[in-house]
Design a protein around this ligand. Structure first.
Ligand code: ATP
Ligand code: MG
Length: 173
């Protein structure tokens, strides 16, 4: 018997979301089902959204907030969408259908207090012992790090955007 892991990819360096996607691919390669929930969507046409369509029935991808970009001019609406997205994720975790549930960019909801930390930690703690959960995003709260089994901090050593290189297809999106 394995153990369901709580995995956190955090830090300021590039590679958090792509690491989670890599894990989704790895599981899918074994015929294991993954639910990949994107809590924040940028303006780009992300390659992974198209790629994941080719894994129909194995990787279920859900972009929350209907293309919502997290521009905070309506905090109440943001909080409502955050709760809605979290409830969706809770249902995926509780369903028992998925080998792995990915909560991409979820840390921001905690960091900016769109959601209360304690109830979220309780849902994670009370999940089925076999259930793997992967959380990505900068500023992972210390209590989430404490609760996790595996934490990797991506450290920004160099990034081409700093030198003026624009975001590129297939690299950033
Ligand atoms: P990726 O999606 O490429 O795995 P990520 O999930 O680690 O990156 P995020 O914090 O979600 O990174 O930010 C998304 C975008 O910001 C990516 O396009 C990424 O290239 C860019 N980015 C990440 N780290 C840095 C950095 N240190 N400086 C500038 N841009 C960055
Ligand atoms: Mg990311």
């Amino acid at each position: 018997m394995g153990k369901g892991l709580l995995i956190v990819f955090t830090g300021n360096g590039k590679g958090k979301t792509t690491a989670a996607l890599g894990m989704a691919m790895r599981a899918a390669g074994h015929g294991l089902r993954v639910c990949f929930v994107q809590f924040i969507k940028g303006g780009w046409r992300y390659g992974e959204l198209e790629a994941v369509k080719r894994f129909e029935g194995l990787i279920d991808l859900h972009v929350m907030g209907k293309g919502f970009t997290w521009k905070s001019d309506n905090i109440e609406e943001d909080a409502r969408l955050a709760r809605e997205a979290w409830e969706f994720a809770c249902a995926a975790i509780a369903s028992g259908v998925y080998h792995t549930v990915v909560l991409d960019e979820f840390t921001y909801l905690l960091h900016y207090q769109m959601l209360e930390l304690e109830p979220c930690l309780r849902v994670l703690a009370d999940r089925h012992p076999d259930q793997h959960v992967v959380i990505t995003g900068r500023y992972a709260p210390q209590q989430l790090i404490d609760a996790a089994d595996l934490v990797t901090e991506m450290q920004a050593v160099k990034h081409p955007l700093k030198g003026g290189v624009k975001a590129q297809q297939g690299i950033e999106f």
